[in-house]
Each structure stands twice: as C-alpha cells, then as structure tokens.
Design a protein around this ligand. Structure first.
Ligand code: GLV
Length: 321
C-alpha cells in the first residue's frame, strides 16, 4: 500500500510524525490480516505518489489528486475539506474523509474562550497600560449571562457552545439544520440567523465553508449586531467579507475581532488588518491537527477502505462538507 502525503504548509515535523505513526500502526501484528508489512509513505506530488492508494492532504494543488489514478481514499489533514473541494478536477468516485478529532474541538474551544475573555476583560488595554507602567483600573464589563452566539454546531461548534455556557455565558447557537443541545438556545434558518445576530454581543463563526456560508459575515450582518459586538472567526476566511469587517470596526459598530483564518493565507504583508489594533491576528493555529490523536481516525479509515467498507466522516458532496 502506498500512502501519498501532501501538506501545502511544508511542515516537515508533522510529516515525519505522520509517517512514523502510520508506519508503526500498519506494522502492528493486529493489522497483519490486511497483509501489510508497512505502507510506503511518499510525497503525493512525486513520481511514486502517482501510484498512491491513499492520499493524506492539506491544500493539494488543483489536478494533483486527479493525476493519481489508483487512489481509493482521500483523507483531509484538517477538519475542513474546502481545501480539497476547491479542486475543479477532484475525482468524484474516490471517497473523501475529513478529520473529526475531539482533541481539535478541545483546542479550538480553548482558543475561542481565550480570545473572547481577553477582549471582554480588557487584555489589550491592560497590556498597553503595563507597557507604560500605568496601574489603573478600568470599569469591568459584566459578562455573567452575556449573550454570545456560536454559528456552526457540528463536532467543534457544540463543544465551544457547551464550554461557553459552562463558564457563565448565555449561549445561542445557529446551524443550517435545527439542533437541540442542553443549555444552548439553538436556532436555524434565516429567522434564527437574524435573531442570533441581533441578540448576541459576541459572534463566533465555526461554520464549514460551503457555497451557502461564503461571505455570510458582511456589512448587512454586522449592521444587525448590537453596537460594540465582538467577532471571532475560527471557521474559514471566505465566510467573512474582510473590508466590511474593517469598516464596521472603524465606524465603532463592532468593538473588534479575533481572526484565525483569512481569505488569503498567509495574510499578505500589505493587508489592512495588520494596521488595525482592534483586530487580533492568529496564523491559523487555533486548532492545529495533532497527528497523535488524529492518526487513530486515519488508521481506522484506511483499514475500512482496505476491508472494502466506507470510512466514517465522509464528505457529503451535495452538502459541501
Ligand atoms: C483547520 O482549519 C482544519 O480544517 O482542521
């Protein structure tokens, strides 16, 4: 079996870890029934990669997957699959599977809590004061029962919503289809969307990127939010109209934003976001894929395919994620 690996970020440490984990796993005696002495682990974009059975990828260039004619499974190295879906030549008969790793839900929820509390408890202002050795108290924003909205209630969004409720926020949740979660006021559809926008003081986007979620956070959405709301994007850059966010912050309609994802990554040096102190920029690190935990699912998916079964967490191509 040949596993072809491609990560557009070029992170060599992760690559080495993936290689080690997969080779160890498939060398274990309990996998002997699959007749595998151990997989070849190769660069998908090399000559050997053309013969790959399994592709493990993040941001593959258009056409690369189609050029590998023996592929039986494509696995995303992240929770999102938009980086695979945007390939116009994506083979439509090969199953695509996304990661659903509780460790990433854990990490992303901690990031959301960190940036939200930093904003609400005046972290930026106190850091600035400290730089000038100013010891001065500011009024404390009351956060008990503060309404916050989580957009996207999948495997990650629901953990975020539950954890925010557990630390005293009043949590609204919005998803394309109606969900029901304890302690969360769940909404769906256009009316639910309006309600969340108009009620919450902080808006947290965790949605998958699809045609329906592209550009959702735009001038019209920001105008409906209560004045001085905060926006957090842990979803995808293309869900945000970046110039509309900047205008909403500069007019005072929004108090600021914490962003982990951008329309163009790396964020270009000349991008206006760098110059806006009320925008906190994170370089797509809110929940980095942890090979230790994610590999369990990747191994299970490969085994399923080799056994002639369908793996879990398959991309639904009509839904878009
Ligand atoms: C990260 O953004 C992911 O999709 O896992």
């Amino acid at each position: 079996m040949i596993i072809g690996y491609y990560d557009k970020t070029g992170d060599q440490q992760s690559r080495a870890r993936w290689q080690q984990l997969l080779q160890t796993a498939f060398a274990r005696p309990n996998l002997a029934r699959l007749n595998l002495a151990g997989p070849d682990f190769v660069a998908l974009d090399s000559a050997a990669g053309r013969h790959a059975d399994i592709a493990l990828v993040w941001g593959p260039p258009a056409g690369l997957l189609a050029s590998c004619k023996r592929l039986r499974l494509i696995i995303s190295l992240g929770q999102g699959v938009d980086h695979i879906m945007r390939d116009p030549d994506l083979p439509d008969t090969v199953p695509v599977c996304r990661l659903v790793d509780p460790d990433m839900a854990h990490a992303l929820s901690q990031w959301v809590i960190a940036v939200l509390l930093d904003h609400l408890r005046d972290g930026p202002a106190y850091r600035e004061q400290a730089a000038g050795r100013v010891f001065q108290q500011r009024p404390q924003i009351q956060t008990l029962d503060l309404p916050v909205a989580v957009y996207g209630l999948g495997a990650i969004g629901r953990v975020i919503a539950e954890r925010l409720a557990a630390i005293g926020f009043q949590v609204l949740g919005w998803a394309a289809s109606q969900k029901s979660l304890p302690d969360i006021a769940c909404h769906s559809g256009p009316a639910g969307w309006q309600h969340c926008l108009q009620t919450a003081r902080a808006h947290i986007c965790i949605l998958p990127l699809t045609k329906k979620t592209e550009n959702l956070f735009n001038a019209k959405a920001f105008a409906q939010m209560p004045k001085a709301s905060y926006f957090i994007n842990g979803g995808r850059g293309r869900q945000l109209v970046e110039e509309d966010l900047l205008a909403a912050i500069q007019s005072g309609q929004l108090a600021g934003a914490a962003l982990d994802v951008f329309r163009t990554e790396p964020l270009p040096e000349e991008h206006a976001f760098w110059l806006e102190p009320r925008i906190t920029i994170w370089p797509h690190v809110a929940a980095r894929t942890n090979p230790e935990t994610a590999s369990r699912q990747v191994i299970a998916a490969i085994e399923a395919v080799l056994d002639g079964q369908l793996p879990a967490n398959l991309l639904d191509r009509t839904r878009g994620y």
